[in-house]
Design a protein around this ligand. Structure first.
Ligand SMILES: Nc1ncnc2c1ncn2[C@@H]1O[C@H](COP(=O)(O)OP(=O)(O)O)[C@@H](O)[C@H]1O
Ligand SMILES: [Mg+2]
Length: 509
């Protein structure tokens, strides 16, 4: 890619004279903060956008990539940061969409498709359930479907836009192995990630972009993680860590003898006899491999599903059968795992998104009339405080923002609303290190504000740096409940795998 410039709407310069050279057969990492312009650049390569200026050469030949089909013809495939899947189609239908094998009478040859998909998924250990609808598939499985889609089409230049952001540690390890396997097959990989550990682990070379421009290009082995981080952010970073020390208050959130069926398979219990208490000023983290009951727990506490048995209390108040609106009224804030499905209305602008739960309350409305000025003022102060970029003072549609900025908007809304209990799932999924540092700092502040925080995260490092107490979930049951201060990573790993440690070691903090 040579001298690529991309201007959106005449004013937003997402890419500025970017030149990028990728060698055949290498793993090239593209790193940079949220909004730096990585996805835009790759969308140009995949034919989704036309560059305002600049040219593209594939195998030495200048090409015009008019659309994804043309990109596919050139052997370019892309796994997008935000899935491009059809919710009410099955996994197999999604994988073959647009490339359906057709048999004699114009029927789709599902048998052929199935065999081919099976071969690829076995070869690369991309585990899927072919007949499951996407709507019922976990985030991790959706990601594997996206990768299968690209492999199914036989691409040999593969762009992976933050593929690990949504995966569990185990899945990341296997994905990295898959990527290395693809490289051995002679495929060329462009790998976008914020996780510099991964970049150091698999990349041959690295290009850092910041604010739409190339900052530096180098061989991965020649720089440390810290040096790369500094190049990305343009300043040095500090690690945020929970040092405890504050007084804990009364129990603010209590979950008692909870039984919940699995969301994607009602025959199985997602949570069985689950108990939990979070005190005011305390951060309790749920650690565990994705799919062990976390989604069921969050959905039940936030009122999206009703439990089979058991109770949920906010303070002394039984909230088990409350409406969602009532939960919000009684002090709940929720930063959901899937910001697109549950965090934002993508077709609304950012301003309207900042008052979704409170629009009927003063000062946002009065006597049933909406007060736009008050809403705008409130939303813009969130945008400013939380450094939500690219929102055009809040008038941009939520859809147009980069993932990290969408997340900052959701975090800003939920932390700014009056609340006592914060349920936060995967708050930094897909975010860059600068934004992670910022959001971690804000979550820690909740302690000093006397709020109770329930953190669900699949990232052990996140759990370990933020929590006071760590509850480990395995197959819907608690396998550990430990003080975060004196726990080691390895024993958490064992508990995540289902082992209950010796008494004493698992004593409540
Ligand atoms: N379709 C679009 N319309 C307007 N602005 C956009 C669009 N896509 C991206 N942008 C803006 O371009 C900039 C770069 O975004 P993006 O390429 O998504 O960043 P990254 O992938 O590095 O996080 C951001 O400021 C973003 O808001
Ligand atoms: Mg991006």
């Amino acid at each position: 890619m040579d001298g690529i410039t991309k201007v959106f709407l005449g004013t937003i310069v997402a890419n500025k004279d970017i030149s990028l050279k990728i060698k055949k057969g290498e793993i090239h990492a593209l790193v940079g903060e949220n909004g730096a312009g990585k996805s835009t650049l790759m969308s140009i390569l995949f034919g989704l956008y036309q560059p305002t200026k600049g040219l593209i050469k594939v195998n030495g030949k200048e090409v015009v990539i008019s659309g994804p089909i043309r990109a596919g013809g050139l052997g370019i495939g892309m796994v997008h940061q935000h899935f491009k899947l059809v919710d009410n189609f099955t996994i197999i239908q999604n994988i073959i969409l647009g490339s359906e094998p057709i048999s004699k009478w114009q029927w789709i040859n599902y048998k052929h498709a199935k065999d081919k998909i099976k071969a690829i998924s076995e070869r690369y250990k991309l585990e899927i359930k072919p007949n499951l609808k996407i709507a019922n598939a976990s985030v991790g499985m959706q990601q594997r479907v996206e990768i299968l889609k690209v492999l199914y089409r036989g691409a040999d230049i593969i762009v992976l836009d933050e593929p690990t952001a949504v995966l569990t540690p185990q899945e990341i390890t296997s994905l990295l192995a898959i990527i290395e396997e693809l490289k051995r097959d002679g495929k060329t990989i462009i790998f976008i990630s914020h996780k510099l550990e991964e970049v150091k682990h698999i990349a041959d070379s690295v290009t850092v972009i910041r604010l739409g421009k190339v900052i530096e290009n180098f061989l991965a082995a020649t720089k440390t993680k810290e040096e790369i981080a500094t190049l990305m952010v343009g300043r040095d970073l500090v690690e945020v860590k929970n040092l405890g020390g504050n007084e804990l208050g009364e129990v603010a959130l209590k979950v008692k003898n909870l039984f919940v069926r699995k969301i994607d398979n009602k025959k199985i219990m997602g949570l069985s006899d689950f108990n939990l208490e979070v005190k005011a000023g305390e951060i309790v983290a749920i650690a565990g491999v994705e799919g062990n009951g976390q989604t069921e727990l969050i959905s039940t506490i936030t009122g999206l599903i009703k439990p089979e048995k058991g109770k949920i209390f906010f303070g002394n108040k039984n909230m088990t059968h409350s409406s969602i609106q009532n939960l919000y009224k009684h002090g709940l804030s929720h930063i959901p795992e899937d910001r697109h499905k549950y965090g934002l209305v993508l077709e609304y602008n950012i301003i309207d998104n900042m008052v979704l739960q409170n629009i009927s309350q003063y000062p946002f409305s009065k006597c049933g009339l909406i007060r736009s000025k008050a809403i705008q003022y409130y939303a813009q102060s969130i945008i400013q405080t939380y450094d939500v970029r690219g929102s055009k003072s809040g008038f941009a549609l939520a859809r147009g923002l980069s993932g990290g900025n969408q997340q900052k908007a959701v975090v800003g809304r939920e932390l700014t609303r009056k609340h006592k209990i914060l349920v936060v799932a995967q708050p930094t999924r897909g975010l860059d290190i600068g934004a992670i540092e910022y959001i971690h700092g804000r979550i820690l502040e909740e302690k000093t504000r006397g709020n109770a925080v329930l953190l669900i995260s699949y990232e052990l490092s996140e759990v370990m740096s933020l929590a006071d107490r760590i509850v480990v979930l395995h197959a819907g049951k608690i396998t550990g409940n430990v003080n975060a201060k004196n726990v080691i990573r390895e024993s958490l790993g064992l508990m995540m795998a289902g082992q209950t440690l010796e008494k004493g070691e698992t004593k409540n903090a």
